[in-house]
Design a protein around this ligand. Sequence first.
Ligand SMILES: Cc1cc2nc3c(=O)[nH]c(=O)nc-3n(C[C@H](O)[C@H](O)[C@H](O)COP(=O)(O)OP(=O)(O)OC[C@H]3O[C@@H](n4cnc5c(N)ncnc54)[C@H](O)[C@@H]3O)c2cc1C
Length: 518
Amino acid sequence: MVKEIQLRIKLKEEGNTPLLKIKAARVLRVELNDITGVKVLRKSIDARKPSIYFNYKVAVYIREKMPETSDYTFQYKDVSSAKEIHIIGFGPAGMYAALRCIELGFKPVVLERGKNVQDRRKDLKAINQDHFVNEDSNYCFGEGGAGTYSDGKLYTRSLKRGDVRRIFENLVYHGATEQILVDAHPHIGTNKLPKVVTNIRETILKYGGEIRFETRVTDFIIKANKIKAIRLLNDEELTVERVILATGHSARDIYYLLHKKEASLIAKSFAMGVRVEHPQHIIDSIQYHCETERDPKLPAASYSLVNQVKDRGVYSFCMCPGGFIVPAATANGEIVVNGMSPSKRNNPYANSGIVVEIDVNKDLPKYERFGALKGLEYQKNLEKLAWTSGGRTQTAPAQRLTDFVEGNLSSSLNDTSYQPGLKSAPLHSLLPKLIGGKLRTGFKQFGIKMKGFYTSEANIVGVESRTSSPVTIPRNENLEHPEIEGLFPCGEGGGYAGGIISAAMDGERCAEKAVSGL
Ligand SMILES: Cc1cc2nc3c(=O)[nH]c(=O)nc-3n(C[C@H](O)[C@H](O)[C@H](O)COP(=O)(O)OP(=O)(O)OC[C@H]3O[C@@H](n4cnc5c(N)ncnc54)[C@H](O)[C@@H]3O)c2cc1C
């Protein structure tokens, strides 16, 4: 017999594994010896009050053998001589599209403009140290896409759109810790992600798929409303039948290309703002009600904040406890910040995007002439402004949080995790009022919700501009572009995902549609 129950464990009891069994026996009123195993299904922390608890959901096996491994299997086929599906982009959407093609018996041919995870590291170093952005290999472009050198937080709100568990199990199959199957807020960490991505590549190659790195797609050959070929940067042309377009939200050249070809695109609302960085101990002391260091059994504390400022949502985005702020630009002449953290989340800083909703239908009258690309052009302008005010390198414009809200230029800044460095700038007057004004009110309100959050010990860093795609590439019920047969817009770049898991799920879904009828 297997029974699922909830258990509450005090902080001082945490880590005492036999205790789960003892408590389960007590709750279920069974003999301790009759319990053959206790499997943790879910684990979360309840730190709402000073006495902190861990909530466990467990499956208790009573006089029945507990299975040692998961019953999930992935049946990959040899596809070396199967029909080809072309996939542009090897981020989470492209990777999971490729894996699904192999399960379904089709050969994925992946074209990725960036380098493999190992070679990509040198280009990240060049951004951080030399302020040089390789436009094909950076924090967004390259093997694993924007998901590789990311935080690897794995929660998603799009539970309805696919089988989330399947993606988690697949990540574990490819080397991620099993802990992600259990944690309420699962996280892999930037130091562990490259290995998982490498293992996914190896599966694809082992079963006969093809991956071409440093291969940028520059054109689509469309005849009679059907995609016929793809042109590469070296002018090579590949004949294609079905193409999954998973190029991510930073592939602006792809949006421009489709726009030039008069393929329909739709301007999409998105959010923009800044990244705020606190010393981690401040966030710990607020969230865990402690005056000194957090208990070593507790992870670096996180937060999730949202407030309505007039008609607009202002909210925290991609909060990275114990993490780093990273330069996520994809071209020189722009500053884009984002965040990531290692698996242990043991860096002394906590950072998070704090962003304002931008309504493309109301907020950008001066950009109307750009049509569907108006949000993209607005985003570009703000990134350029950050670059100019940061000193025309990857050094980012920054301000103490309290100075930003009170409208003062900071005479000095706090220490930061952002490697290219910070430059004091009057972001309160530089940012458009729509963003700056709402952020200033939002930060004050957050300080009321979380006492200690509003502090001069925090910096704000500009700009957090790429929270999601400013463009939707439309698709019909078959997930094809309505005017280009055979082209399947996919993942975050299409406007159909907002993170690693939702992009992976969309990749699987597009693969299923792309192979049908072939
Ligand atoms: C620093 C950072 C931290 C993040 N942290 C998290 C997190 O913790 N959790 C989370 O869920 N999400 C996080 N994200 C967001 C997440 O990475 C993305 O939502 C996700 O990667 C989108 O997947 P995708 O496959 O749709 O696109 P992408 O990951 O953007 O991949 C697109 C790929 O297409 C390639 N490409 C683009 N144009 C071309 C072309 N013309 N020819 C060939 N290839 C091309 C690119 O090189 C890239 O590899 C983070 C992002 C960043 C930058």
